[in-house]
Write a protein that binds this ligand. Structure first.
Ligand SMILES: NC(=O)c1ccc[n+]([C@@H]2O[C@H](COP(=O)([O-])OP(=O)(O)OC[C@H]3O[C@@H](n4cnc5c(N)ncnc54)[C@H](O)[C@@H]3O)[C@@H](O)[C@H]2O)c1
Ligand SMILES: [Zn+2]
Ligand SMILES: [Zn+2]
Length: 368
């Protein structure tokens, strides 16, 4: 049965998203429809909203969310209505060799941007009948439809508002250190950009036993949060010389830097502070067309490296439940991450706060 919802729809970059009546279709074969509980406000969606990343429109945004399965399409075997789920923003096929290998970021047949796996939408403008595009899982909607493989069942005693954060920032940041960098106890990690994603890289470094954990940001509020999450040293990139200050803490440079902001300036710093054999992990997504300039001799001379990481190089089916266990055991702080609470009709305000550099994560909670 089609459902009618009121959602913010991106119709033009740098313009407020109007609340719009949209019809949500039934899930097709291999899909589930989820009644959303909460959705975190990620800078990736802000990149679409502010026009720094080219985005097709009209589109429903949102890449970080949790909810309860409302209905399932034919052939769905792993979920039933009533299951609590975290949505993975990687709409991957679930069956190709990389998917089977637990590497959904390498999927051979992911959904095209704006659509589900079959290249069609489940949202239509209720007045015009025009299709409305999905930003990945489109979690800024009271109901959304995703492939079965992108709704990961979780235990029912996990608070769904905290669970939503695991859908992007927690898994991405944490996994950048534990999976992509593979930091070991006692290795040094510097996190450049300590917003929603970077704070969780700090947590990943803390849980991995890294030392020192150097937080670098242009905002004192973000740095104070990083300290709470386990950073041992703080550097304000707006006031201090990042390279000189880092070398005072680690005279031979750091083992790993995590670039968790979409800024090539920050990435430049992330490379310059690497020690011999050190690796920078790129998480942040600079504006379209931005180019990172490198001195190849600096890279080759001491065998430094740079690698990208999508979603913290994680396998959400394994890592979402693991992160929940860490949270419930008191070893992962999700409670302090949320610094702003919003209703779905306040998503424009949530973006404006994030754009101004508001520390921590905003969270949209849906009426139940
Ligand atoms: N790779 C992935 O899978 C993935 C997943 C999620 C988000 N992202 C990207 O990661 C980036 C961060 O996302 P977020 O939601 O944490 O954003 P955010 O806005 O919450 O955090 C960015 C932080 O960087 C700081 N900052 C800005 N300029 C800086 C500089 N020059 N040096 C140091 N710090 C600086 C800001 O003060 C802020 O604290 C975005 O580009 C987003 O698109 C990537
Ligand atoms: Zn995100
Ligand atoms: Zn696949």
């Amino acid at each position: 049965m089609d459902l009618l919802i009121d959602v913010p729809v991106l119709v033009a970059a740098q313009q407020k998203m109007p609340m719009t009546k949209v019809v949500v279709a039934d899930p097709k074969a291999g899909e589930v429809r989820v009644k959303m509980f909460a959705s975190g406000v990620c800078h990736s969606c802000l990149h679409a909203y502010d026009g720094s990343h080219a985005t097709p429109m009209p589109m429903i945004l949102g890449d970080e969310g949790s909810g309860i399965v409302e209905s399932v399409g034919s052939g769905v075997t792993t979920l039933v209505p009533g299951d609590h789920v975290i949505i993975s923003w990687l709409l991957n096929c679930g069956t190709c060799p990389p998917c089977r290998d637990g590497k959904p970021a390498h999927c051979w047949a992911p959904s095209p941007f704006g659509a589900l796996l079959d290249n069609t939408q489940r949202f239509k403008n209720a007045e015009t009948g025009e299709s409305v595009l999905h930003y990945g899982p489109a979690t800024y909607a009271p109901y959304t439809v995703v492939p079965e493989s992108s709704a990961i069942k979780i235990r029912k005693d996990m608070p769904l508002d905290k669970a939503a954060l695991i859908g992007c920032s927690v898994t991405t940041g944490f996994g950048s250190v534990t999976n992509a960098a593979g930091a070991r106890p006692g290795e040094s990690v510097a996190i450049v950009g300590c917003g929603g994603v970077g704070l969780n890289a700090v947590q990943g470094a803390r849980v991995a036993g890294a030392n020192p954990i150097i937080a670098i940001d242009t905002s004192d509020a973000a740095l104070q949060m990083a300290k709470k999450f386990g950073a041992t040293h703080l550097i304000n990139a707006a006031r201090e010389d990042v390279v000189a200050e880092t070398l005072k803490i680690c005279p031979r440079g750091v083992n790993y830097s995590i670039a968790a902001v979409g800024s090539t300036k920050a990435m430049q710093n992330g490379v310059e502070i690497l020690g011999a054999g050190g690796t920078m992990v790129i998480l942040g997504a600079p504006p379209n067309g931005a180019v990172l300039e490198l001195d190849p001799i600096f890279i080759l001379g001491r065998e430094r490296g740079i690698r990208g990481s999508k979603y913290g190089s994680s396998n959400p089916h394994v890592e979402f439940p693991m992160l929940i266990e860490l949270y419930l055991a008191g070893k992962l702080d999700l409670d302090s991450l949320v610094t702003g609470n919003y209703r779905i009709d306040q998503s424009n305000e949530a973006f404006e706060v994030l754009a101004k550099g508001g520390a921590g994560r905003g969270l949209i909670t849906f009426d139940q």
